[in-house]
Design a binder for this molecule. Structure first.
Ligand SMILES: [Ca+2]
Ligand SMILES: [Ca+2]
Length: 241
Protein backbone atom coordinates (compact mmCIF):
# COMPACT_ATOMS: atom_id res chain seq x y z
CA UNK A 1 0.00 0.00 0.00
CA UNK A 2 1.31 3.42 -0.90
CA UNK A 3 2.36 5.84 1.85
CA UNK A 4 -0.28 8.41 0.87
CA UNK A 5 -3.02 5.81 1.23
CA UNK A 6 -1.71 4.87 4.68
CA UNK A 7 -1.75 8.54 5.77
CA UNK A 8 -5.28 8.87 4.40
CA UNK A 9 -6.49 5.80 6.29
CA UNK A 10 -4.81 6.95 9.52
CA UNK A 11 -6.42 10.38 9.28
CA UNK A 12 -9.97 9.08 8.71
CA UNK A 13 -10.75 8.29 12.39
CA UNK A 14 -9.81 11.89 13.37
CA UNK A 15 -12.02 13.40 10.69
CA UNK A 16 -14.91 11.16 11.71
CA UNK A 17 -14.79 12.45 15.30
CA UNK A 18 -17.27 15.14 16.32
CA UNK A 19 -15.70 18.61 16.34
CA UNK A 20 -13.21 18.83 19.17
CA UNK A 21 -13.26 22.62 19.01
CA UNK A 22 -11.21 24.44 21.60
CA UNK A 23 -13.44 25.17 24.52
CA UNK A 24 -12.59 28.51 26.09
CA UNK A 25 -15.07 28.91 28.92
CA UNK A 26 -14.35 32.53 29.76
CA UNK A 27 -12.77 35.58 28.12
CA UNK A 28 -11.91 38.93 29.67
CA UNK A 29 -11.17 41.27 26.79
CA UNK A 30 -9.84 44.38 28.55
CA UNK A 31 -12.77 46.65 27.69
CA UNK A 32 -13.30 47.68 31.32
CA UNK A 33 -11.45 47.11 34.60
CA UNK A 34 -11.70 43.45 35.70
CA UNK A 35 -13.51 44.57 38.87
CA UNK A 36 -16.06 46.75 37.01
CA UNK A 37 -19.59 45.78 38.10
CA UNK A 38 -20.68 46.26 34.47
CA UNK A 39 -19.14 42.82 33.82
CA UNK A 40 -21.94 41.24 35.85
CA UNK A 41 -21.24 37.55 36.42
CA UNK A 42 -17.95 37.96 34.51
CA UNK A 43 -16.48 40.30 37.13
CA UNK A 44 -13.17 39.40 38.81
CA UNK A 45 -12.60 39.58 42.55
CA UNK A 46 -9.63 41.31 44.18
CA UNK A 47 -7.58 39.21 46.56
CA UNK A 48 -7.63 42.07 49.05
CA UNK A 49 -10.90 43.99 48.62
CA UNK A 50 -9.32 47.15 50.07
CA UNK A 51 -7.09 47.32 47.01
CA UNK A 52 -9.86 48.70 44.82
CA UNK A 53 -8.91 52.37 45.47
CA UNK A 54 -5.37 51.49 44.54
CA UNK A 55 -6.60 50.92 40.96
CA UNK A 56 -7.30 54.64 40.51
CA UNK A 57 -4.33 54.99 38.13
CA UNK A 58 -5.36 51.92 36.15
CA UNK A 59 -7.93 51.93 33.40
CA UNK A 60 -9.19 50.26 30.25
CA UNK A 61 -9.41 51.72 26.77
CA UNK A 62 -9.38 50.48 23.18
CA UNK A 63 -9.73 46.92 24.46
CA UNK A 64 -6.65 46.98 26.71
CA UNK A 65 -6.41 46.95 30.48
CA UNK A 66 -3.67 49.33 31.64
CA UNK A 67 -2.61 48.03 35.04
CA UNK A 68 -0.53 50.48 37.09
CA UNK A 69 1.07 49.54 40.41
CA UNK A 70 3.35 52.30 41.68
CA UNK A 71 3.13 51.45 45.38
CA UNK A 72 5.26 49.15 47.50
CA UNK A 73 2.56 48.66 50.13
CA UNK A 74 -0.23 47.34 47.89
CA UNK A 75 -0.89 44.86 45.13
CA UNK A 76 -3.78 43.94 42.85
CA UNK A 77 -4.45 40.29 42.19
CA UNK A 78 -7.61 39.60 40.18
CA UNK A 79 -9.03 36.13 40.58
CA UNK A 80 -12.01 33.98 39.69
CA UNK A 81 -12.97 30.76 41.43
CA UNK A 82 -15.08 28.99 38.82
CA UNK A 83 -12.51 26.37 37.83
CA UNK A 84 -13.26 23.26 39.84
CA UNK A 85 -10.63 22.15 42.37
CA UNK A 86 -8.40 19.57 40.72
CA UNK A 87 -9.97 20.23 37.33
CA UNK A 88 -7.76 20.63 34.28
CA UNK A 89 -7.24 24.28 33.48
CA UNK A 90 -5.77 26.29 30.63
CA UNK A 91 -5.15 30.02 30.92
CA UNK A 92 -3.99 32.32 28.17
CA UNK A 93 -3.23 36.03 28.20
CA UNK A 94 -1.79 38.58 25.78
CA UNK A 95 0.31 41.01 27.77
CA UNK A 96 3.00 43.67 27.46
CA UNK A 97 5.07 45.07 30.31
CA UNK A 98 6.09 48.73 30.39
CA UNK A 99 7.98 48.48 33.68
CA UNK A 100 8.46 45.76 36.27
CA UNK A 101 10.62 46.44 39.29
CA UNK A 102 11.52 43.43 41.42
CA UNK A 103 13.09 44.60 44.70
CA UNK A 104 14.22 41.05 45.50
CA UNK A 105 16.01 40.40 42.25
CA UNK A 106 14.04 37.51 40.79
CA UNK A 107 12.59 36.18 44.03
CA UNK A 108 9.34 38.14 44.06
CA UNK A 109 7.33 38.36 40.87
CA UNK A 110 6.20 41.83 39.75
CA UNK A 111 3.33 40.29 37.73
CA UNK A 112 1.62 36.95 38.03
CA UNK A 113 -0.60 34.89 35.80
CA UNK A 114 -1.91 31.39 36.41
CA UNK A 115 -4.28 29.04 38.14
CA UNK A 116 -4.43 26.20 40.64
CA UNK A 117 -1.14 27.37 42.20
CA UNK A 118 0.81 26.87 38.97
CA UNK A 119 1.82 30.14 37.42
CA UNK A 120 4.02 32.26 35.21
CA UNK A 121 5.74 35.22 36.84
CA UNK A 122 6.37 38.10 34.47
CA UNK A 123 9.42 40.32 34.70
CA UNK A 124 10.55 43.00 32.24
CA UNK A 125 13.11 40.83 30.47
CA UNK A 126 12.07 37.26 31.32
CA UNK A 127 9.32 35.01 32.57
CA UNK A 128 9.58 32.48 35.36
CA UNK A 129 7.59 29.27 35.60
CA UNK A 130 6.75 27.95 39.03
CA UNK A 131 4.18 25.89 40.93
CA UNK A 132 3.40 25.19 44.55
CA UNK A 133 6.07 22.93 46.02
CA UNK A 134 8.70 24.11 43.55
CA UNK A 135 11.23 26.28 45.38
CA UNK A 136 12.64 28.32 42.52
CA UNK A 137 11.64 29.71 39.14
CA UNK A 138 12.61 28.23 35.83
CA UNK A 139 13.36 31.33 33.80
CA UNK A 140 13.10 31.96 30.08
CA UNK A 141 14.45 35.23 28.67
CA UNK A 142 11.68 37.22 27.01
CA UNK A 143 11.47 40.88 25.99
CA UNK A 144 8.17 41.76 27.63
CA UNK A 145 8.19 45.30 26.19
CA UNK A 146 6.48 43.66 23.20
CA UNK A 147 3.12 41.88 23.43
CA UNK A 148 3.34 38.13 23.94
CA UNK A 149 0.68 35.45 24.17
CA UNK A 150 1.40 33.33 27.23
CA UNK A 151 -0.53 30.12 27.76
CA UNK A 152 -0.25 27.64 30.60
CA UNK A 153 -2.15 24.37 30.85
CA UNK A 154 -2.42 22.03 33.79
CA UNK A 155 -3.86 18.54 33.69
CA UNK A 156 -6.50 17.49 36.20
CA UNK A 157 -5.29 15.97 39.45
CA UNK A 158 -7.16 12.82 38.38
CA UNK A 159 -4.66 12.43 35.53
CA UNK A 160 -3.76 8.95 36.81
CA UNK A 161 -1.01 7.46 38.94
CA UNK A 162 1.32 10.35 38.21
CA UNK A 163 1.52 14.06 38.86
CA UNK A 164 -0.45 16.34 36.52
CA UNK A 165 1.47 17.69 33.53
CA UNK A 166 2.09 21.42 33.47
CA UNK A 167 3.01 23.04 30.16
CA UNK A 168 3.71 26.65 29.17
CA UNK A 169 3.80 28.17 25.69
CA UNK A 170 4.87 31.63 24.55
CA UNK A 171 3.54 32.75 21.17
CA UNK A 172 2.68 29.12 20.41
CA UNK A 173 6.15 27.73 21.22
CA UNK A 174 6.53 25.47 24.24
CA UNK A 175 8.91 26.88 26.87
CA UNK A 176 8.25 24.49 29.78
CA UNK A 177 6.71 21.10 30.40
CA UNK A 178 6.91 18.91 33.46
CA UNK A 179 5.00 17.25 36.29
CA UNK A 180 3.50 19.66 38.82
CA UNK A 181 2.79 17.84 42.09
CA UNK A 182 0.65 19.49 44.74
CA UNK A 183 -1.24 21.84 42.41
CA UNK A 184 -4.70 22.17 43.94
CA UNK A 185 -7.37 24.79 44.40
CA UNK A 186 -9.67 26.26 41.83
CA UNK A 187 -8.64 29.85 41.22
CA UNK A 188 -7.54 31.55 38.03
CA UNK A 189 -5.67 34.79 38.60
CA UNK A 190 -3.61 37.60 37.11
CA UNK A 191 -2.12 40.85 38.34
CA UNK A 192 0.29 41.42 41.22
CA UNK A 193 0.44 39.21 44.30
CA UNK A 194 3.09 40.83 46.50
CA UNK A 195 3.04 44.43 47.74
CA UNK A 196 6.69 45.35 47.33
CA UNK A 197 7.21 45.16 43.55
CA UNK A 198 5.93 47.88 41.23
CA UNK A 199 4.85 47.39 37.64
CA UNK A 200 2.98 48.81 34.69
CA UNK A 201 1.46 46.53 32.08
CA UNK A 202 -1.11 46.25 29.29
CA UNK A 203 -3.43 43.26 29.00
CA UNK A 204 -5.26 42.64 25.72
CA UNK A 205 -7.17 39.65 27.03
CA UNK A 206 -7.16 36.82 29.56
CA UNK A 207 -9.15 33.68 28.83
CA UNK A 208 -9.40 30.27 30.39
CA UNK A 209 -10.87 26.83 29.98
CA UNK A 210 -11.78 23.90 32.21
CA UNK A 211 -9.95 21.68 29.73
CA UNK A 212 -6.30 21.00 29.04
CA UNK A 213 -5.78 22.81 25.72
CA UNK A 214 -2.34 22.26 24.22
CA UNK A 215 -0.87 24.25 21.32
CA UNK A 216 -1.95 23.55 18.63
CA UNK A 217 -5.47 23.19 19.95
CA UNK A 218 -7.43 20.02 19.14
CA UNK A 219 -9.46 21.98 16.56
CA UNK A 220 -6.17 23.06 14.96
CA UNK A 221 -5.05 19.46 14.70
CA UNK A 222 -8.42 18.56 13.22
CA UNK A 223 -8.14 21.35 10.62
CA UNK A 224 -4.62 20.22 9.78
CA UNK A 225 -5.78 16.61 9.35
CA UNK A 226 -8.81 17.68 7.31
CA UNK A 227 -6.56 19.84 5.14
CA UNK A 228 -4.16 16.96 4.60
CA UNK A 229 -7.03 14.64 3.72
CA UNK A 230 -8.41 17.19 1.27
CA UNK A 231 -5.02 17.65 -0.32
CA UNK A 232 -4.55 13.91 -0.74
CA UNK A 233 -8.06 13.56 -2.19
CA UNK A 234 -7.23 16.31 -4.69
CA UNK A 235 -4.00 14.60 -5.67
CA UNK A 236 -5.86 11.32 -6.09
CA UNK A 237 -8.42 12.97 -8.33
CA UNK A 238 -5.64 14.59 -10.36
CA UNK A 239 -3.91 11.23 -10.61
CA UNK A 240 -7.14 9.58 -11.77
CA UNK A 241 -7.81 12.34 -14.34
CA1 LIG B 1 -8.71 43.25 24.11
CA1 LIG C 1 3.02 46.98 44.54
Amino acid sequence: MRLQTWILLLSVPFVALPCACAAWDFTYDGDVLPVDAALGADVWALRRPGDQAFLSESGASDGFLHLVDRRNDQAALFYRDDVGPGSPVTIEGRVRVVAADDPYNGLIEPLLFGGRLAFVAIFGDRIGVRYIGMNSFIFSPLDMSEFHVIRLALEGSQAGFRDPAFTVWVDGAQVFSGPAPGTTGGSVYFGTLFNQPTSESYWDYVRYSNEYLPVPEPSGLLALTSGLTGLLAMRRRRGAG
